[in-house]
Design a protein around this ligand. Structure first.
Ligand code: GLY
Ligand code: MN
Ligand code: MN
Length: 506
């Protein structure tokens, strides 16, 4: 729906109870008054004790204070987002928008459709979280609505329970409509979280204007940018979440190694790699933080190989890029490249050592005050030097490193680092001058992930290198005077990786 349509017929407010989707061919819910009376009665009303605030509450409160300070006098709407349809009446697994989780501390158990409102006051903002309260068992929503009915999807917490849990005032979502319609302050909306709410707000903004182009959404863009930039520096609780995600990810890699004999015996061994890792992610966390890459043999040269439908053959290197996302929604992002037989060949080891050297060189420069791009530059010096040494470049390493050249980038086309946190590619709406061209600060968490990828049909590389793809990816926390490799405990030298594979196969 475009803005003009929205004005003509406003989109459904998040407060509206979604009508059950067409279920004529599968629903057998009786509708007789006898049944309705029967199903609506005879339910116990157990007490809902109020919990202590969860561990994320203080961190989220500090994040709210920070965004409040950046937007005085403005009403801020940060939706969690609704369910999104996968096909027909089947939804994708629900996941709250990361900015919403950052400001509320609500993670995998977020009630879909919730909206955080920061209401401007003389002193800053009052935060109120609007969520759909339980409908009660006297309603047909309870038993006849497969999308949100508690009989179908499980119990929803009351606003009082959520208020205690998150340390945040709450109200029923039904009260949100009146807030959205207020015109006493400029309203800023996180637009991409809930497209239907965005259409509705745009429709209200359009009232009294002649042209949809007059609807001013610049303030929304500024809010999205600020919410992204707020996430550059992680507090101690957030850093601990990434640390825990990395530890769970290590166990996921252990699971893969334990299953290598089965993986090698199966015609779709890559799927078994993915399944082993993803099983760990579901057991210990919410899910994987992104689609697992399980790339064996030449598939490792395909940077985002997520089809994962190939075999894992003796002699292969299998590149596994995977991360567990915790219930808090913080994720790890780790790559290890494993020789499935437990031994690198001489040429595989040569390439592996070069990638490791690039990773270590990048790690060496990390400390507060450097430019973020210095990390990449340090890795690239090694990649250029080694590929030149192996006769792959038509020029010297120095010439290739010149900004107008870049021959070595043929073998590592991607960047070395990205921020990491609630999103695998965190802080994505931040301004370039604070991200790629920005200064590294204490508390930042980012990856270091150099690689070398020699495509099987690349005539510029000697034949012995073709089909080898290697990446080593670690998650880094910037400290007061340097950096901590949060994933140093996951074997990463060639010898340690060999010992890991040989010792871990069951
Ligand atoms: N797993 C995606 C990345 O490393 O950026
Ligand atoms: Mn990464
Ligand atoms: Mn990765």
């Amino acid at each position: 729906m475009d803005v003009m349509d929205a004005a003509d017929s406003p989109a459904a407010l998040p407060t509206t109870v979604p009508a059950p989707r067409a279920t004529a061919n599968r629903s057998t819910t009786p509708t007789s008054s006898t049944f309705v009376e029967w199903i609506s009665s005879g339910w116990a009303d157990p007490p809902q004790p109020l919990p202590e605030p969860r561990a994320s509450a203080a961190s989220a409160a500090a994040h709210r204070a920070a965004i409040s300070a950046l937007h005085p006098g403005e009403r801020l709407l940060i939706p969690a987002g609704r369910n999104s349809v996968r096909s027909n009446d089947t939804d994708y697994p629900y996941r709250a928008h990361s900015a919403f989780s950052h400001l509320t501390g609500w993670g995998a158990d977020t009630v879909a459709g919730s909206v955080l409102v920061l209401e401007p006051t003389d002193a800053g903002h009052d935060a109120v979280l609007y969520l759909r309260a339980p409908a009660g068992r006297h309603t047909d929503e309870f038993y006849a609505n497969p999308e949100i009915g508690e009989f179908w999807t499980g119990p929803r917490p009351s606003p009082a329970v959520v208020a205690a849990d998150l340390g945040l005032p709450t109200r029923d979502l039904a009260d949100l409509a009146a807030v959205i319609e207020k015109t006493d302050a400029a309203t800023r909306l996180l637009r991409d979280a809930d497209p239907e709410l965005t259409d509705h707000v745009d429709g209200l903004r359009l009232m009294g204007l002649d042209d949809p182009a007059e609807v001013d959404t610049d303030g929304d863009a500024t809010l999205a940018r600020d919410l992204s930039e707020l996430r550059f520096r992680k507090d101690a609780w957030e850093a601990e979440q990434v640390r825990l995600a990395v530890e769970a990810t290590r166990r996921g890699f252990d699971d893969v190694i334990a299953q290598l004999p089965r993986i090698l015996a199966h015609r779709r061994g890559e799927r078994l790699v993915e399944g082993a890792f993803n099983g760990r992610a579901r057991v210990e966390g919410n899910a994987v933080g992104y689609d697992t890459i399980a790339a064996s043999g030449p598939h490792a040269c395909i940077l985002h190989w997520t089809r994962n439908d190939g075999p894992v053959l003796p002699g292969d290197l299998v590149l596994i890029d995977a991360g567990v996302e915790l219930e808090s929604l913080y994720t790890a992002d780790i790559t290890r490249t494993l020789p499935v037989d437990g031994r690198f060949t001489e040429v595989q080891r040569r390439v592996y050592e070069a990638v490791l050297e690039a990773a270590d060189a990048a790690f060496e420069v990390v400390r507060p005050g450097i430019r973020f791009s210095d990390v990449h530059a340090a890795a690239m010096r090694v990649i250029a030097r080694r590929t030149a040494e192996w006769g792959m470049l038509p020029v010297s390493a120095e010439e290739s490193l010149h900004p107008d050249a870049g021959y070595h980038r043929r073998y590592m086309i991607h960047g070395t680092s990205h921020h990491l946190g609630l999103d695998v590619h965190d802080c994505a709406q931040a301004r370039r001058e604070f991200y790629r061209d920005g200064i590294v600060e204490e508390g930042m968490v980012f990856t270091i992930e150099p690689g070398l990828y020699f495509q099987p049909d690349d005539l510029t590389v000697p034949e012995e290198y073709r089909g080898i793809g290697i990446r080593i990816e670690d998650d880094i926390l910037v400290t007061a005077d340097g950096a901590e490799n949060l994933s140093a405990g996951i074997p990463r030298t060639a010898d340690a990786v060999e010992a890991w594979v040989l010792g871990g196969r069951s």
